[in-house]
Design a protein around this ligand. Sequence first.
Ligand code: ADP
Ligand code: MG
Length: 290
Amino acid sequence: MSIIIETEDVTKVYQMGQVQIHALRGVSLIVHQGEMLAIMGSSGSGKSTLMNVLGCLDEPTSGRYSLEGMDVSSLTKNQYADIRNQRIGFVFQVFNLLPRTSALENVELPLFYDRTGHIKDPMRKSRAALERVGLGDRLDHEPNQLSGGERQRVAIARALVNQPSILLADEPTGNLDTRTSIDVMTVFQDLNDQGMTVILVTHEFDIAAYAARVVKLRDGVIIQDAAVEGRRDAKRDLVAFENKDSEDRDMMGHDGEPAFFTGHGLRVTSPPQQTDVSTCETDSEEEKII
Ligand SMILES: Nc1ncnc2c1ncn2[C@@H]1O[C@H](COP(=O)(O)OP(=O)(O)O)[C@@H](O)[C@H]1O
Ligand SMILES: [Mg+2]
């Protein structure tokens, strides 16, 4: 698979009056097309800053960033904005949907920011994006007529409407209950199965277990980059979750929650290119990163 994202020694320094905050201190990361990556780390470790750099919302202070082979560090502000609009889809913890506005119109919105003026038939594109996330029968619903999971699906459809090459999601399940979180992860896994590159930030091990690779940040540097062992299937987990009182007793943790929600859901293995191949469980990792 081709390289879609490559950062080389990226730093980001925020100047707050006299104080400099080193949010990223030299991040080198390669992501291939079609990967599904979870970025983890405690609060303040630089996860959102990294997402903003990767999504061309924020320029690095130093270092190189190349997106689909193009060095984006050297672009003008307008070119930068165009790249962001055309190639990146963003999903956030808060859905940022316009109230009293239908799902269809909410999803259409990014199309009107396109400066090329080539967008034809925005309504058809919006409908297709909503169908892709399973909301073909909710086109005219306004946000307050939708459940939390459906609202996040609308936000994902809005991120997809420009047909981006990468989907970036910053804590997309941060405001959702367990069942709805797994439900939203089925959407990300589906999109990933269709070839979409997905990068999501989460601090929940159970959510990271749906990704194929986990990158952990601490104090603005990558402290671990590993493949997820036995990646979880969100659709299967959703069924198990809904049937948890019946035939799926073997999925249960001792406290009655499915095993995948007891904090033991994530196992990682160092990627093959590293010589030190080790397996670690999140129990010990949790202490290290939080
Ligand atoms: N716009 C900003 N201005 C100043 N400091 C910032 C800004 N954004 C983030 N920071 C600081 O940079 C560090 C990393 O923040 P962030 O990337 O938001 O972390 P995370 O998403 O992992 O919680 C923190 O110390 C934070 O306070
Ligand atoms: Mg953050």
